[in-house]
Write a protein that binds this ligand. Structure first.
Ligand code: KG4
Ligand code: ZN
Length: 366
């Protein structure tokens, strides 16, 4: 089976062609996975500007499609299914991909499936583990737009996985984890996207003077629920670098004089985010007796996050399996949409191009 995956929920235009073999155990082969990034367009603003994103998608989507077919060495008539992200995301961006996919489905007379972007991030983990995932599972989705803890149970009591039932057990009340990386990087003048630059600067942090060490809050870490809040973390960094009433004047002196201050701030920001994400995820895994912990979304590309999750899960329990996709599949891409297309197709969810609609606030599990 050949699936065309189309992703335009935010600022990456992603088009992929994925081949699925095998009847009982699907084996996915990514024939092409083209991602056109808009970093240069949004970098001057320190974040994604929705209308500029839509304009770029419109410009790039057709060349990406051509390239995807060229690299995969197949023709449109060989495609069996079109899968396109319908939400959640930025509506101007989503509309470009959804309408493009609908036009292709109409012109090529192909079945089409609308995909939930969050589900696709989670299912990116199935590439290397098509059926070896044990339930219940706790999935942490951390990206630029979303931070959600999701409880996954199998949809049917069948040996062959064909999608899961999802229940959101916690989510951010304000900024997403990736958004916090992006906003802190903007405050520190480090550029966009913030995650990779903060991670790189954090790795340079050398001097560790416990006396003057910066300590940022771990928001909501002590709350019993599984919700998150990251906007206060960004504000704490803002107050350190631009103190409102001299309360942090000793830090502002350090900011002027200490060359390690930016790496140290980046290190502490990254660690504060990791601490909260890890604490809540491990707690949820314990409460729901999870057999698998799944990490996904753009922030899951963070090396420290991957390392600390791996070692903590191993340390705390030997019975929970930990999964995280390869880094290129953590970021937005069309291959994860095609894979989600496969499982939704298996679950009988294909539809007509007439019924597909973009939904900026689409939620998992309802
Ligand atoms: O999943 P994604 O590509 O797009 C959304 O669905 O939002 O995630 C993008 C987010 C950005 O906020 C970016 O700063 C963050 O993922 N990110 C990282 C890293 N690479 C990307 N955050 C932390 N560390 C990284 N290495
Ligand atoms: Zn995403």
């Amino acid at each position: 089976m050949l699936i065309l995956g189309i992703e335009t929920s935010c600022d990456d235009t992603g088009i992929a062609i994925v081949k699925v073999f095998g009847k009982q155990k699907p084996i996915f082969e990514i024939l092409s996975n083209i991602v056109s990034s808009q970093i240069k367009t949004h970098a001057p603003f320190g974040g994604v500007v929705p209308n500029l994103a839509a304009r770029e998608h419109l410009k790039n989507i057709e060349p990406c499609l051509r390239q995807a077919f060229r690299e995969a060495k197949i023709k449109p008539e060989q495609i069996d299914l079109i899968a396109a992200t319908i939400g959640p995301g930025l509506i101007p961006s989503l509309l470009i991909g959804v309408n493009f996919a609908k036009a292709l489905a109409y012109a090529w007379k192909k079945p089409i499936i609308g995909i939930n972007h969050i589900e696709a991030h989670i299912l990116a983990n199935w590439l290397e583990n098509p059926e070896g995932i044990k339930f219940p599972a706790i999935a942490l989705v951390v990206s630029g737009g979303h931070t959600q803890l999701v409880l996954m149970t199998p949809q049917k009591k069948s040996k062959i996985f064909s999608g899961a039932s999802y229940k959101i057990i916690g989510e951010t009340r304000d900024d997403a984890a990736g958004e916090c990386f992006d906003k802190v990087a903007k405050l520190l003048g480090l550029g966009y996207p913030g995650g990779p630059v903060i991670a790189a600067k954090a790795a340079e942090s050398r001097i560790w003077n416990p006396e003057s060490r910066i300590r940022l809050p771990r928001p909501m870490i002590k709350h019993k629920n599984y919700d998150f809040s990251f906007s206060g973390l960004k504000t704490a960094v803002l107050y350190l670098i631009k103190p409102p009433k001299q309360i942090y004047h000793n830090f502002s002196d350090r900011i002027k004089n200490d060359i390690n201050i930016i790496p140290e701030l980046c290190h502490e920001t990254q660690q504060a985010i990791i601490d909260v994400l890890m604490d809540k995820t491990l707690r949820a895994a314990k409460e729901y007796k999870a057999k698998t912990i799944i990490l996904s979304g753009g922030v899951a590309a963070n090396e420290e996050l991957r390392k600390q999750f791996t070692s903590n899960i191993k340390h705390q329990t030997s019975s929970i399996k930990f999964l995280v996709p390869p880094k290129n599949l953590c970021m937005d891409n069309g291959a994860m949409i095609a894979m989600a297309g496969y499982y939704n197709y298996k679950a009988g969810k294909k539809t007509s191009w007439r019924k597909i609609k973009a939904d900026a606030n689409l939620r998992l599990g309802n």
